[in-house]
Structures are given as structure tokens and as C-alpha cells.
Design a protein around this ligand. Structure first.
Ligand SMILES: Nc1ncnc2c1ncn2[C@@H]1O[C@H](COP(=O)(O)OP(=O)(O)OP(=O)(O)O)[C@@H](O)[C@H]1O
Ligand SMILES: [Mg+2]
Length: 536
């Protein structure tokens, strides 16, 4: 290979390379233009898309516009009116601040900009091709800015070929439009595609905007969130389990009115929904987080959708508890809508004659019991898991009852097990376990009452083998789930009559008897009416 000498890349090549980070597809342009318009104080935005943005993207705003000098400068790299010093990066209150969006966009498209300020007599129109201004004229114009981005990637065919179908590209545009629309519900926003009206959003509050975008069903299921601490204010809505989705819900974190992606905060929300949603379902949420801009860093990636909080753990905890509180306040219980679990009300609590519960075991797996107008078929393993889980949870809250073992049980520990054990030790003690730790083994001498000694090795095996889950912050729930799993009666185990009745009774005495701790449905029912219909 021949040795090439070093040379500085021509400006247009350098700009095209840099553009790659900001502009990946038409929706990236839409995002940047919308953000600029909002930063310019616009209260009304009209977005016109042609051929999913591959042909033309036009945004018209009624913001404060630009002077002639600024309009000429705005396409330069690092041209921004939003920050001046490095210090300013830590007090960002605008969407943009990097001064690179228009430079990037114009490097890979043909841009026309028309802009006018209130104090100017004429507007100015600038045409830019591939990053070079080719024409400037004075024009009559309204106050505000109109920007047209035509033939995106016309000069980077490889990029253009990478674009997906119109349907997919438009879906991305819609996503960006939704994000800004939810961040700024007070801004009037209209979207057109190939001249058809797609969305018209008037100046609204957040709930109304959610309804306009996601429909009445979503709006009806919204639970408000409102929490204010010294560090952060959390406002907005979460969707009840009814509108949870299998393929991820509608999920929006808007930090200081900027849409951000945060797996960490997402976990805070999902962990608050734990045991309320069946596994595999995702909650919807629309959450505005407001905090001092100096407590966050948004300058992690050119797309500005990643964020670092100075105190991420505090934000996590506040968010999680705000959601848990709201779920409790609004009595959000596990939805009965999933997996066709019918709504059944059981009146066992008023039922004084518990002996009268009838039940039998079928296939060594299902407990069958008549209730009201239904025949209830219960999965014995899942039911027992839920019962043990709830009992253990109570143990943690009250003083736990322990049973001493006549013969201590020994469990071998390797180094990894030992480190996990150190973490869970305090919980085990509150649950009612007692033990002696030797160098390579654990000697268990007491257990919570509802746990059988024979299940102890299995419990610890389950705990240690699920160590990945222990990275999850809610250590306690994971511990309880795994103990419940290992100690619950297995499917395939034959039960005697009193065991059958005991499980049925205990299950329906619980507040939460629909799902196992792992989110699986516990029972299904056969309806009297259905049976009558079938036999008619
Ligand atoms: N719609 C608009 N109305 C008024 N001024 C605008 C508009 N769009 C851009 N500008 C001006 O042009 C400048 C450059 O815009 P550009 O988007 O390239 O950079 P930025 O918004 O400052 O930072 P970032 O690259 O992070 O978006 C802005 O700082 C702003 O002064
Ligand atoms: Mg910008």
C-alpha cells in the first residue's frame, strides 16, 4: 500500500462527515427544525412533508426570525445564538446549543430559508446547496422563519440508498413530531404529508394532547403524577395497565422539555409497575421532569437524547416512588383484561363457613372450585407462589415468625455466591432465616414458618443462579420472587383435600390474586352461562 501524505480535508467533505452524526434520515432534519423553531419562541408550527421527507421538508414558524446577518451566518459550523462560553453548556435552557444542525443539514441537501424579524421591513431569502450559499434576496415575508430542506442526501447517494420505505421514514418523522408535541403542548402544531392533513394540534394541556395523538382510550386510562422535591419536579401521566402494550407502550421522558431516552429511568417506571403488569407488557408514560439545568449533562451525543443526571440514583428513587404512590392513590390494581382473565369477584372474606369451600385437584396441577356463577381453575404452583410471596412480604413489614430446625441444613458457597449472600443477608434475617457462615458453607438453622426445610437447598440454588437479576435495584422483590418460586408446590404434586382447600382459601383472601409474582395468570374460569350455551 502506498504511503499517502497527510492533508486537511476540504470543508465540504469535512462537513459531510460531521453531518452524518446529526442527520441520519429525514426525521433527524424534522427534529432539528422543530427544535430551532421552538427555541425561536414560536407558538405555531406548520410542518409539510413530501415523500416521507425524501423530497421536501418545510417548516414554517411564527418565532422571532433572524436578522440578515444571522441568516447568512446560521449555516456555518459552530454558529449559534444560544451559548457563548463553556460554562453555558451546563445551563442549557434551549433545545439547541451546538451550532451544527443547520450546517449539517445544508451540507447534505438543498435548503431555502426565508426569515423576517418584527423590526425588519423585508424578509430575507437564502438558498444554500450542499453547504454553500448560492443566492440571497430580499423578499416580502411574515414575521418568523420558513425553512425548506429539499432532496436530502442528493450529494451522498450511499446515504440516500440507505433510506427505508416511505412508510418507515414517515413513521420516524411522526415519532419526532410526537416528541416535540408532547414536550410543548402549548404550541400549536400542524402536520401535513403530501398535502394531506395528518395532525392538527391546537394550544392544549398535556392530557388533551395525549388524547389527540393517542386516542380516547389512552386518555381515559391516564393516572396523573405530581411530585415536587427540592431536586426535581415530576409531572405528567402514566397509563393504567389496560393500555399497556406487548410491543412497548407509548413512553416519553421529557427532561426540561427535551425528549430523552433513558433505560435507567425506564427501569424506575417499570419497577413501580412490578406485580401490576403481566410479564411481557410495557407501561405507557408521559412524564415531564424538570430540574436545574446545572444538575444534568445533555452534551453526551450530537442527537442530544442521552442525559446524565448529577444524582441519578435520587432521580430514580423519586420517580419510582411518585409512580408507586399514584398507582396506590388511584387504586390501580392488576388489569383483568390480559390473557382473557375474566372479571370475577370472590366473596370469601364475608364467608364465615370456610369449611364450605369445595374443591378438587385435577391432573395434579389444577385446583377446581365453584364460585358464584363460575367454575374457577387455578394453577396450583402459581397460586402458591403468590401466597408465599405475600406472606414473605408481610414478614418483612412485621416481626417475622421463625421455625428452628432440629438439624441445620448446610449449603456450599463459592466466591460469587458469597458476594451475593453478603448483599441479601439483611433481607434473609428480616424474613426469618437464621444461619452461621463458615468459610465455604452456610449453615441454616431457622426458617420462615411457611418454608419447608426440604425446599431450602432449592431456594438457595434459585437465588444464586439468578444472580444477573440481582443487579436489578429492587433486590428485595427479586429475592422474594425466587424464594416463592423455589418453595411453591410444584405442578404434578398430588395434594390432599385440606391442602387443596387451604390454597384456594389463602389465594382468594389476598388482595392481589390475579397474577403470580412473575406476572403469569393464576386462574381462568368457566362461566355458567357459557356452559349452558354449549349444552343448549
Ligand atoms: N427557526 C429559527 N428561527 C430563528 N432563528 C433560528 C431558527 N433556526 C435557526 N436559527 C438560528 O440559527 C442558529 C443555528 O441553528 P442550528 O440549529 O444550526 O444551531 P443551534 O440550534 O444553535 O444548535 P444545535 O446544533 O444544537 O441545534 C441558531 O442558534 C439560531 O440563532
Ligand atoms: Mg438547532
Amino acid at each position: 500500500m502506498s504511503q499517502n501524505s497527510i492533508h486537511i480535508l476540504p470543508q465540504n467533505v469535512a462537513n459531510q462527515i460531521a453531518a452524518g452524526e446529526v442527520v441520519q434520515r429525514p426525521s433527524s432534519v424534522v427534529k432539528e427544525l422543530l427544535e430551532n423553531a421552538i427555541d425561536a419562541g414560536a407558538t405555531k408550527l406548520d410542518l409539510h412533508i413530501f415523500l416521507a421527507g425524501k423530497q421536501n421538508i418545510i417548516l414554517i414558524d411564527n418565532g422571532f426570525g433572524m436578522s440578515k446577518e444571522d441568516a447568512n451566518l446560521c449555516f456555518e459550523r459552530h454558529a449559534t445564538s444560544k451559548i457563548k462560553t463553556t460554562e453555558d453548556i451546563f445551563h442549557i435552557t434551549t433545545n439547541g446549543f451546538r451550532g451544527e444542525a443547520l450546517a449539517a443539514i445544508s451540507a447534505v441537501s438543498q435548503v431555502k430559508l426565508i426569515t423576517k424579524r418584527k423590526e425588519d421591513k423585508h424578509g430575507i431569502c437564502i438558498e444554500n446547496q450542499g453547504g454553500k450559499i448560492i443566492h440571497t434576496t430580499e423578499v416580502p415575508a411574515e414575521v418568523g422563519t420558513e425553512i425548506q430542506v429539499q432532496n436530502l442526501f442528493y450529494n451522498v447517494p450511499a446515504r440516500r440508498n440507505f433510506l427505508k420505505s416511505d412508510a418507515i421514514e414517515f413513521r420516524h418523522i411522526l415519532d419526532e413530531f410526537h416528541r416535540v408535541a408532547l414536550s410543548f403542548p402549548e404550541v400549536e402544531m400542524n402536520l401535513f404529508h403530501n398535502q394531506s392533513k395528518i395532525l392538527t394540534l391546537a394550544n392544549q394541556n398535556l392530557a388533551y394532547r395525549i388524547k389527540q395523538i393517542f386516542g380516547v382510550k389512552m386518555e381515559k386510562s391516564l393516572v396523573p403524577i405530581a411530585e415536587k422535591t427540592e431536586l426535581i419536579q415530576v409531572e405528567g401521566y402514566i397509563g393504567k395497565p389496560l393500555v399497556a402494550k406487548k410491543n412497548r407502550g407509548e413512553q416519553f421522558f421529557l427532561v426540561n422539555q427535551r425528549f430523552i431516552k433513558s433505560p435507567y429511568l425506564h427501569k424506575a417506571v417499570t419497577s413501580a409497575f412490578e406485580n401490576i403488569l403481566p410479564s411481557g407488557y410495557h407501561p405507557s408514560y408521559f412524564l415531564h421532569l424538570t430540574l436545574d439545568p446545572s444538575k444534568i449533562d445533555i452534551n453526551l451525543h450530537p442527537s442530544k437524547t442521552e442525559i446524565k443526571f448529577e444524582d441519578d440514583f435520587a432521580v430514580f428513587s423519586i420517580l419510582r416512588s411518585a409512580i408507586k404512590y399514584a398507582l396506590g392513590q388511584f387504586h390501580v390494581a392488576p388489569s383483568l383484561d390480559f390473557e382473557q382473565i375474566p372479571e370475577v369477584t370472590f366473596f370469601l372474606e364475608q364467608d364465615q363457613e370456610t369449611q364450605q369451600i369445595k374443591g378438587f385437584q385435577w391432573q395434579n396441577k389444577y385446583l377446581v372450585t365453584p364460585k358464584n356463577q363460575h367454575l374457577v381453575l387455578i394453577n396450583q404452583h402459581r397460586a402458591h407462589q403468590r401466597i408465599i410471596f405475600e406472606e414473605l412480604k408481610q414478614n418483612l413489614e412485621k416481626n417475622s415468625l421463625s421455625q428452628r430446625l432440629a438439624f441445620p441444613i448446610e449449603i456450599e458457597l463459592n466466591a460469587l455466591d458469597l458476594s451475593i449472600f453478603e448483599e441479601i443477608k439483611p433481607y434473609l434475617i428480616s424474613l426469618g432465616f437464621d444461619f452461621n457462615l463458615n468459610e465455604t458453607s452456610l449453615e441454616i438453622s431457622a426458617l420462615p414458618v411457611e418454608i419447608k426445610a426440604e425446599n431450602v437447598p432449592k431456594i438457595f440454588e434459585e437465588i444464586f443462579s439468578s444472580r444477573d437479576e440481582f443487579e436489578n435495584l429492587d433486590l428485595q422483590t427479586h429475592l422474594l420472587k425466587n424464594i416463592a418460586k423455589a418453595s411453591a408446590i410444584k405442578n404434578g404434586t398430588k395434594l390432599n383435600d385440606s391442602e387443596i382447600i387451604r390454597i384456594i382459601r389463602l389465594l382468594f383472601e389476598l388482595e392481589d390474586y390475579t397474577y403470580s409474582p412473575f406476572g403469569k395468570p393464576i386462574f381462568t374460569t368457566l362461566d355458567l352461562l357459557d356452559i349452558q350455551n354449549k349444552l343448549s
